[in-house]
Design a protein around this ligand. Structure first.
Ligand SMILES: NC(=O)c1ccc[n+]([C@@H]2O[C@H](COP(=O)([O-])OP(=O)(O)OC[C@H]3O[C@@H](n4cnc5c(N)ncnc54)[C@H](OP(=O)(O)O)[C@@H]3O)[C@@H](O)[C@H]2O)c1
Length: 295
């Protein structure tokens, strides 16, 4: 598994461990911006399964560093796919709701037209396309609005702002499907566990692109309201009010697609796995954080 220090990678590392022998990598063992470092390491490990949770995820910085974003999100997955083909390994790779332009106005399914509107989205789409073209057995899991409480995320930022500001202004015109990194890791593990004995055959039968995100859709504003409501340390909140704002009020280097909720029915029916509603995962994530250090 690549990207063990990221939000998702950290959760995958602990969730996948019971399923088999797992080698988890990140900097400096592997640098996705340097293709040879990938090849050398993977040819040494010879895995049955390669899971790529690493990515260049700084959406705004990607506008200034398009070559690096493209190397990590576009070219490295191509190399991973090529190596997976050579080794006969299965590749699980994560992609993003930002491959869409956000104009559909209802949840996107896997056959909807892609049209990324920023560098990050374009670089991730390149990665998807290269993997599919390689012909390796692959699962491309498009997810969205990933958060954990271990690394900086929208959830940790809202909690932090609530301790510092009197009034929070949060955009209400961006709608998506918040996804707890642990839920994503656990559902990935459940998906892999449906394979049974003949893993390669199962992979060939089920491979493809799937949407996998927290169930339901919500605006960032309503998501922030839920974060404050479920905050286990509400007494620390200084914020007295939270007000809706517009994306246009907060200019950022990268344009954001406005509506990117994902329709995950293909995943749910393909693997017979239920996906929890975004708010119940958020409640669990908050509870989990509140228990840290108590045992
Ligand atoms: N976060 C979101 O809202 C979101 C939304 C939709 C899809 N996704 C996708 O979901 C997946 C997991 O995202 P995440 O939120 O867990 O990301 P994350 O927390 O940013 O973690 C990404 C990991 O990749 C590592 N990485 C970056 N550049 C690398 C390189 N050149 N070589 C090796 N490792 C490198 C990072 O290391 P450093 O920390 O040292 O940079 C980090 O450990 C990614 O494919 C992402 O595109 C994320």
């Amino acid at each position: 598994m690549i990207g063990k220090n990221g939000q998702l990678g950290w959760e995958l590392n602990r969730t996948l461990a019971p399923l088999g022998s797992l080698e988890a990598l990140d900097y400096p063992e592997i640098n996705l911006a340097i293709p040879d470092s990938i090849a050398d390491t993977l040819r040494r490990v010879k895995p049955d399964l390669i899971i790529n949770a690493a990515a260049y995820t700084d959406v705004d910085k990607a506008e200034d560093e398009p070559q690096i974003a493209l190397a990590v999100n576009g070219e490295a997955p191509a190399r991973l796919a090529e190596i997976a083909s050579d080794l006969g390994s299965v590749l699980v790779h994560y992609s993003t709701d930002y491959v869409f332009d956000g104009s559909k106005g209802e949840p996107y399914n896997e056959s909807d037209r892609v049209n990324p509107i920023n560098v990050y989205g374009r670089s991730k789409l390149k990665g998807e396309q290269a993997i599919l073209e390689s012909g390796c057995a692959c699962f491309i899991l498009r997810t969205s609005w990933v958060y954990s409480l271990r690394r900086e995320s929208f959830v940790t930022k809202v909690l932090d702002w609530s301790r510092k500001k009197d009034i929070l202004n949060i955009v209400s015109d961006q709608v998506g499907s918040p996804t707890w990194a642990r839920m994503l890791a656990e559902i990935t593990a459940q998906m892999l566990a449906t394979a049974g004995e003949d893993f390669a055959n199962w992979a060939h039968q089920h491979q493809g692109t799937y949407h996998l995100a927290g169930s339901g859709a919500v605006s960032r504003f309503k998501w922030a309201q839920a974060i404050l409501e479920l905050d286990p340390n509400k007494k620390e909140q200084k914020a007295r009010d939270i007000q809706p704002a517009l994306t246009a009020d907060f200019p950022t280097p990268a344009r954001r697609p406005l509506y990117t909720a994902l329709d995950c029915r293909q995943f749910i029916s393909g693997f017979n796995i239920k996906i929890p509603e975004w708010k119940s995962s958020l409640a669990l994530a908050m509870y989990d954080q509140s228990q840290l250090g108590k045992e």
